[in-house]
Ligand binder design. Structure first.
Ligand SMILES: Nc1ncnc2c1ncn2[C@@H]1O[C@H](COP(=O)(O)OP(=O)(O)OP(=O)(O)O)[C@@H](O)[C@H]1O
Ligand SMILES: [Mg+2]
Length: 479
């Protein structure tokens, strides 16, 4: 075990880490920090939820000079939500040293961002489109940029983002340090990365499987038209603390979240066609536990760190195996357990096997859960609630009422009625989810397509940045 003191960090940085509850370095931090601090270019690969943010965040903070005016480091992320999250973590690590990080991303008022930039942040975390916008307007000056980081590097170097990344990196001083991090790094992307780096060192935390061992992985085979009912049954049986359900398209995400609400679940959807204000609200509510279920496109697949996510459901099988690794990695983070369940139709078994070949982990086949199991699950939940209340107390004011009721009925009758009231019985309100065409191979150069180039996003571009003001017309899957 390596402590942060042993790595010879600035005591102010160690103090911030300690405030965050970080005492020992995670394996990727222990291995990547000495290289990052030495000034070398670096490709860092480690499983989801193992602390890659601090593995690049600490060198960024260590090397930044709080007395210097210009921007000294830039982190580029594929989505707006991730830019915000990374900026928050950098602000925490930089707190005692006085290093400030500003998130810049599309969908947010650019004039307001320009005003914030005038307050001279030291570091920036941003999405490609909006970063380019600021670079063109010269509202971000590049002269002092000494470190650039691509978080989710394989996604950033994928077809949808590569042009923007080239345009952005081309504007920074050549002698800067470049750091690439991701849980996945397909070989062709690793080769491509060489173009942007000088003698990069690769740090790969060795693990038997690409996914985290604490994430239990299951799949169930179910006809398309029954998927929604089965999903509801699983939610009733498993009662996740927080769950993320991934759907293939924005339309499906909308239909799913509406359908879940109709059946009494507390769910909201997030995808690129929503306003940024809406996206922010949904994310905040989910982080605070005000909603239990987040229904999302792949916009939420990468990097997001939300504590309490116990379950991930792939309502639609992901379009490429890397996406699977990232999606299920939203659970089982920082030493916690998680359960990931993938729905497939009979035609998709081959794609499941392709995923397993990448992750080097077999998924367990889950039998179709019965309606009875769903009812039982909810009944057990009602019993748990009662037992919890008995332990916690606070029911005394109800005792007189209880005695009054007991004069008319026996205790078993009364308790049965109370349990029925407490139990959310399976709701069969009709919900129609549009038939979906297969989730692979139709567009994009997904790995499932013959000769595919490993990218699932040929048709989207400039993605998470939003508000792209360039003259190329693009689809914004992540917006
Ligand atoms: N040294 C540490 N000690 C304790 N907790 C840590 C440490 N480093 C990171 N964490 C916590 O672990 C969680 C996951 O970290 P992080 O989001 O950086 O993972 P990641 O490797 O970037 O995952 P992903 O591949 O999904 O982006 C966070 O909640 C973070 O606060
Ligand atoms: Mg990360």
């Amino acid at each position: 075990m390596t402590t942060f003191q042993e790595l010879g960090l600035d005591p102010q940085v160690t103090r911030s880490l300690s405030d965050m509850g970080f005492e020992e370095a995670t394996p990727i931090q222990a291995e990547a920090l000495p290289v990052g601090l030495s000034g070398s270019d670096l490709i860092g690969q480690a499983q989801t939820g193992t602390g890659k943010t601090a593995a690049f965040g600490i060198p960024l903070i260590e090397k930044a000079d709080p007395t210097l005016g210009g921007i000294q480091g830039i982190v580029i992320t594929p989505t707006r939500e991730l830019a915000v999250q990374v900026a928050e973590e950098l602000n925490k690590i930089g707190q005692h040293k006085g290093i400030r990080t500003l998130p810049v991303y599309g969908g947010q008022d650019i004039e307001r961002q320009i005003r914030s930039l005038k307050k001279r942040p030291h570091l920036i975390a941003g999405t490609p489109g909006r970063l380019l916008d600021h670079l063109r307007r010269r509202t971000i000056r590049t002269d002092h940029v000494a470190i650039t980081v691509l978080d989710e590097a394989d996604e950033m170097l994928n077809m949808g983002f590569i042009e923007d990344i080239e345009a952005i990196l081309g504007q920074f001083p050549e002698e800067r340090q470049t750091l690439l991090f991701s849980a996945t790094m397909p070989e062709q992307i690793r080769r491509l990365a060489g173009r942007f780096m000088t003698n990069p060192q690769t740090i790969r935390v060795k693990a038997k499987e690409m996914t985290m061992p604490r994430i239990r992985q299951q799949f169930l085979e179910v006809p398309q038209r029954h998927k929604f009912d089965i999903l509801c049954r699983l939610l009733d049986i498993q009662s996740p603390e927080l769950a993320i359900i991934f759907g293939r398209t924005k339309k499906r995400v909308d239909e799913l979240s509406e359908g879940l609400n109709k059946r009494g679940y507390s769910a909201e959807g997030i995808h690129g066609d929503l306003t940024q204000a809406r996206r922010d609200t949904v994310m905040r509510q989910f982080r605070e536990g005000m909603i239990d279920v987040l229904v999302a496109t792949d916009v939420a697949a990468r990097g997001l760190d939300i504590s309490g996510v116990t379950h991930v459901y792939n309502f639609d099988i992901p379009q490429d195996p890397e996406s699977y690794v990232h999606r299920i990695g939203r659970t089982g983070r920082a030493g916690n357990d998680g359960l990931a369940i993938t729905f497939i139709t009979s035609r998709e078994i081959g794609h499941l096997r392709t995923i397993e070949r990448l992750t080097k982990k077999r998924m367990e086949r889950l039998p179709i859960p019965s309606m009875d199991a769903a009812i039982e699950g909810q009944q057990r939940l009602a019993m748990d609630k009662l037992n919890k209340l008995i332990k916690e107390g606070g029911y005394q004011p109800y005792k007189t009422l209880a005695e009054e009721l007991l004069e008319e009925s026996d205790s078993v009758t009364l308790l049965s009625a109370a349990l029925k009231l407490l139990t959310k019985e399976p709701d069969t309100t009709p919900v129609r989810i549009s038939e979906d065409s297969p989730s692979f191979g139709k567009k994009g150069g997904g790995r499932f397509r013959k000769g595919g180039g490993g990218g699932h996003n040929r048709h989207r571009s400039g993605g998470g940045s939003g508000g792209h003001s360039g003259n190329r017309r693009r689809q914004h899957r992540h917006n």
